[in-house]
Unconditional design. Structure first.
Lengths: 273, 275
């Protein structure tokens, strides 16, 4: 059985006779994102210069993602050509954009920006921003008057900051056979038994304050530092970043013990707590 | 009996052959005996058994599917039990299959039944597909029937997950009240480690225990003669079902641990099952 995580697929170009010139591989990269809070590009240029003075080497030739989540409402037009010039003249390399509306997407694509996907949490945040402007535009006939409502209510009490806390899901009821739980971009905390035939998946860690009798897969998008903790190891299968073991692999050692499972030099370690 | 809110109780398990139909008949008959107007509905379209267990297979003219498809009305399909006042059966079709059940049709029939009956006991087929889903969708309460052995418990766990996620109540953010009924329990086999103990089953399923029905030859005898266990001659199984219904009606206190030992005492006394 192979457990390939979403970003780790491997394909080879199909040239049966000659040797391949390239290989397509998935990869995971950490990038800085520059979240725009306004479409005022001249103000952006000014403020960027101030910021970059504080740590010039850090941002030199840094690849950045332009985050449009906060200005995704219909009336925030952006001149992506101008944006690109502003960024490259300051040695920032724009890789793509994330969030924003379809008009912004089209302009960005035309200027050579890639469209990167958002997490579901970010999609929620974007919705609240586009909704506030949409509801006010139905109240008034002209779209001009809705311009101001696309900004967050005030800079101090930005309600979205609260949402950007930890992305941990907490489950207090037993996880039944046949149930599948996936926590994207966060950790999973289960305060009840996990039955045989249940599946827990998380991009981060998995903690089970009870017996684990089903399957637990942590770090599914490739985080090799993810861990699985449980109070009684009776699992069918455990996996971290694609490295897995089935019950017969650990039946003799740590069965029904409280354990911490992690990767050490690419191999699964089961340590008794 | 005063007509308060009508309750829909599904008897389900996931696994086949654990005692759903036996339980539906026994619980339905006991409720009727106690004065509640009760109907037992067979959701196992195409593989109907309820009419056999209830002893009315020769009086089936119209069935559940006929009523859904408006070929007959409810009063033509309902079979009144000859032994107990207040007890009715809505049989399933034998020639059709589960695809004949539609959500709207089932909803309409159940709504009509709720006008007349205090309790509607839905006898679910085995599995987790359409027939079982239809049987549990509209339920207020569920009796999850499980034998004390691993595959039955595993399937019961699955069906509890389904009750929590695919029922109308779950869609409305409410809960179905779930009760665990352990059937075919044999103390000697538990002692020998061949069967799971009550604690083992409860640890895995984590729902309140309604009752423990011992393995009993009386069950087979009763179904052979088309008599629900609770209408038959006294036996260990009959007593256990009666106690379970008492708890279902909230009569016995669920906190006092002594009721379980009373059941076990009863089981020891009547334990005639050839193990």
């Amino acid at each position: 059985m192979s457990l390939s995580t979403p970003t780790q697929s491997q394909h080879t170009a199909s040239q049966p006779n000659s040797s391949s010139v390239f290989q397509l591989k998935g990869g995971l990269y950490t990038l800085t994102s520059l979240q725009l809070l306004s479409n005022d590009l001249s103000a952006l240029a000014e403020q960027l210069d101030i910021k970059l003075q504080q740590a010039p080497k850090f941002f030199h030739n840094a690849p950045v993602v332009i985050d449009l989540i906060k200005i995704g409402s219909a009336d925030n037009n952006i001149n992506f050509k101008q944006l690109k010039e502003i960024l490259s003249s300051r040695h920032l390399i724009p890789v793509g954009i994330k969030g924003g509306n379809s008009e912004q997407h089209n302009s960005a694509l035309a200027q050579g920006f890639a469209l990167l996907s958002e997490t579901s949490k970010e999609k929620e945040v974007q919705k609240t921003h586009t909704n506030t402007s949409a509801s006010s535009s139905t109240a008034s006939s002209s779209s001009q008057s809705s311009q101001n409502s696309s900004y967050p209510n005030s800079l101090e009490e930005d309600p979205d900051e609260a949402i950007q806390g930890s992305n941990t899901r907490i489950i207090t009821e037993p996880v039944r056979s046949g149930q599948q739980i996936y926590v994207r971009g966060g950790d999973l905390l289960v305060l009840a038994p996990v039955s045989h035939g249940a599946e827990l998946l998380a991009d981060g860690h998995i903690h089970i304050y009870g017996p684990l009798r089903g399957r637990a897969l942590a770090g599914v998008t490739g985080d090799i530092h993810a861990r699985i903790f449980c109070q009684s190891l009776e699992a069918e299968l455990i996996s971290i970043a694609g490295q897995y073991k089935i019950s017969e692999d650990f039946e003799k050692d740590a069965w029904q013990r409280a354990v911490d499972i992690h990767l050490l030099e690419g191999r699964l370690q089961i340590r008794e707590l | 009996m005063g007509k308060s809110e009508s309750k829909i109780i599904v008897v389900t398990s996931g696994k086949g052959g654990v005692g759903k139909t036996t339980t539906s008949a026994a619980v339905g008959a006991e409720l009727a005996n106690r004065g509640y107007k009760t109907v037992v509905v067979d959701f196992d379209i195409g593989l109907r058994n309820l009419d056999l267990i209830m002893g009315c297979e020769r009086r089936v003219i119209f069935d559940f599917v006929n009523v859904i498809q408006n070929d007959a009305n409810l009063s033509q399909a309902l079979i009144k039990d000859k032994r107990v006042e207040n007890l009715y059966v809505l049989p399933a079709s034998q020639t059709r299959d589960k695809d004949a059940l539609t959500k709207e049709g089932v909803e309409r029939v159940l709504a009509d039944l709720q006008k007349e009956f205090d309790f509607i006991v839905c006898d679910s087929p085995a599995g987790i597909e359409k027939g079982a889903l239809m049987a549990l969708y509209f339920a207020d309460e569920a009796i999850v029937v499980s034998n004390p052995e691993i595959s039955s418990v595993r399937d019961s766990d699955r069906i509890i997950g389904v009750l929590n996620s695919r029922s109308r109540r779950s869609e409305q953010g409410k809960e179905i009240k779930k009760h665990l009924l352990i059937t075919r329990y044999a103390q000697a086999r538990v002692n020998r480690g061949e069967m799971l103990s009550v604690e083992d089953v409860q640890e895995i399923l984590a729902i309140p225990l309604l009752g423990i029905i011992p393995e009993s030859p009386n069950v087979l005898n009763a179904s052979n003669r088309g008599i629900p266990v609770t209408l038959d001659t006294p036996s260990d199984a009959k007593r256990a079902y009666q106690q379970a219904v008492a708890r279902l009606l909230g009569e016995a206190s669920s906190d006092d641990k002594s009721w379980i030992s009373k059941i076990f005492a009863g089981i020891q006394l009547f334990n005639r099952s050839p193990v």
